[in-house]
Design a protein around this ligand. Structure first.
Ligand SMILES: [Zn+2]
Length: 306
């Protein structure tokens, strides 16, 4: 209930219709880049080239599912068309379906079923294919689903940022580029704020940032201006390497893939692990605090805030 109240406040204060942004409103239990890449790879294997036979879903039963235009129209737009491409995005995936795109983000979850299962009860969008397999899309907390013509501009600033911004795995994300993001304003930010807010770096959210900071041995609240050159470099390296490791292991163990299985990357710091595990470096218990619209977990000993 408390979570719903928070979302209501956020939504009414910052938007008319739809606003959930990649920025501070992302929950730390949502799909982030490592899972998005895993999901894209699995979807390529399962649905690429398949023809959509039917489109359905309960479009009205969830207050915090935000559709682009009228979802009842999606059926007319998509039936008989082929999944032509799965686009990898920093925070989710996107399907190219001939002359349309299906765009999803925030708390959207995709599950794939072969032809043996019964249709799930909860569905925000269900695409059935000609071989009787289907994918079911559900939403946790809040999420966006949109079917958009290829040449149509949604006028959605978060989508535009996702397309134009630089993500952790992009070639442009070099150490030089990372350093260029530090200026008189941003050097006053904490490490977490620098990495997660302002869309400076796409692909780092409240979830993956925890292990990025742990691996760099940086306290989440440590200010950029108080870091040594070596610490700045460690932060950059960790932002890339931690995410690459997460992708190699099929996403984090806090999130599920399209088959409903948790990823194999064992999070060091997450809501799932921080209580029952000790710091692998020094053996101390981890600390938890609320900070910048989410929880932070850290080791007091290894991530000093000085
Ligand atoms: Zn430690």
């Amino acid at each position: 209930m408390a979570a719903l109240q928070i979302i209501t406040i956020i939504i009414t204060t910052t938007m008319g219709n739809y606003c959930p942004s990649i920025e501070y409103k992302r929950n730390d239990k949502m799909i982030e880049l490592p899972e998005a890449r895993t999901i894209a790879k699995d979807l390529e294997k399962e649905i690429l080239g398949k023809t959509i036979r039917d489109v359905s879903g309960n479009y009205t039963g969830h207050k915090f599912t935000f559709y682009y235009k009228d979802p009842n129209e999606y059926k007319n737009q998509l039936i008989g068309k082929k999944i032509a491409k799965i686009n990898e995005r920093n925070y989710y995936v996107e399907f190219e379906i001939e002359d349309y795109k299906l765009i999803m983000r925030d708390g959207v979850n995709i599950r794939y079923y072969d032809n043996k299962q019964t249709i799930p009860e909860k569905s925000k969008l269900l695409l059935s294919f000609d071989d009787s397999s289907f994918i079911n899309i559900t939403v946790a907390m809040y999420g966006f689903i949109g079917v958009v013509k290829n040449d149509e501009n949604m006028n959605d600033k978060y989508y535009d940022m996702e397309i134009k911004g630089i993500g952790v795995l992009d070639q442009e994300y070099t150490f030089e580029y990372f350093k260029s993001l530090i200026n008189d304003t941003t050097k006053k930010l904490s490490a977490k704020a620098f990495l997660v807010t302002g869309q400076r770096i796409l692909g780092i959210g409240n979830g993956v940032v925890q292990d990025i900071l742990f691996n760099a041995k940086i306290h989440p609240k440590k200010k950029i201006q108080n870091m040594s050159d070596a610490e700045i470099e460690a932060l950059y390296n960790s932002s890339k390497n931690t995410i690459i490791t997460m992708i190699e292991q099929g996403g984090r163990d806090t999130e599920k893939n399209i088959y409903g299985e948790y990823g194999k990357y064992k999070t060091i710091l997450s809501s799932k692990t921080y209580k029952n595990s000790k710091c692998p470096n020094c053996g101390n218990a981890f600390k938890k605090e609320n900070y910048l619209g989410g929880s932070i977990y850290y080791c007091e000993e290894c991530q000093l805030n000085i």
